[in-house]
Design a protein around this ligand. Structure first.
Ligand code: Z5A
Length: 211
């Protein structure tokens, strides 16, 4: 049995990750590839319970260290119970955020070192990394307009942080993409969804050959 491919979508809030993950899953299924679409934090009942703590008011005032531990715990369950079994069945896994979000939000923007975040990932998830990470990049104005239109001004606890925090997130993602060009592909997410999806399909073609 050939192991499936693991693809993660990353980027700031409102970049279009969930939209593109759904489009990709539909296209892969159309080509006869079985895939699982999942998200972080979440994806298993235990990890979804941790998500509710992290994004709800219970998490108010937690230090980035506490956040990083909980994201890593949620990810550990997600990797062990959903991601690895699916890959071993030969399915493709499309994940809306993964460890690079912890590196960007709790690391680059929250002040933890990249080594510390990756250490938690080694303990929790045996250091599993995606085969390909699609970083969807949009301008702050586009992201804000999309999120505002969708959430009508009620962001979650982390999404609602100030512009300086989100600018540090963006800078951290960019630094990772530049440091690991073999795993990351940068996608311009400012255009309409079909146009962005066309770029993603082109990237998959050059990364994996025709799926
Ligand atoms: N977080 C963390 O701190 N550490 C971690 O390790 C992890 C996560 C894993 C999860 O929030 C929060 O947890 C997140 C990071 C933090 N907080 N922030 N910021 P979430 O899962 O609830 O939300 P999100 O991951 O930030 O994603 P999002 O807001 O749902 O955005 P998105 O998935 O990138 O976008 P979307 O839902 O596909 O699209 C947003 C809207 O724009 C929607 O109405 C679409 O119809 C529209 N859209 C999408 N694409 C387009 C295009 N191309 N044109 C026009 N309109 C579009």
């Amino acid at each position: 049995m050939t192991r499936g491919k693991f693809i993660a979508f990353e980027g700031g809030e409102g970049a279009g990750k969930s939209t593109q993950a759904r489009l990709l899953a539909a296209e892969l299924e159309r080509r006869g590839i079985v895939c699982v679409v999942t998200r972080e934090p979440g994806g298993t009942p235990g990890a979804e319970a941790i998500r509710a703590l992290l994004l709800g008011t219970e998490g108010e005032g937690w230090h980035p260290r506490a956040e990083a531990l909980l994201f890593a715990a949620a990810r550990s369950d997600h990797v062990e119970r959903l991601i690895v079994p699916a890959l071993e069945r030969g399915e493709w896994v499309i994940c809306d955020r993964f460890v690079d979000s912890s590196r960007a939000y709790q690391g680059g923007a929250g002040g933890l070192s990249d080594d510390d975040v990756l250490s938690l990932h080694r303990v929790g998830s045996q250091g599993l990394l995606p085969d390909l990470t699609l970083l969807i990049e949009v301008s702050p104005e586009v992201a804000e307009a999309r999120v505002h239109a969708r959430d009508l001004g009620s962001p979650d606890r982390i999404g609602g942080r100030d512009g300086a925090f989100h600018a540090r997130v963006t800078a951290a993602f960019l630094a990772m993409a530049k440091a690991e060009p073999a795993r990351f592909a940068r996608i311009d997410g400012n255009g309409d969804a079909e146009c962005v999806f066309g770029d993603i399909l082109g990237t998959l073609q050059s990364h994996f050959g025709a799926p």
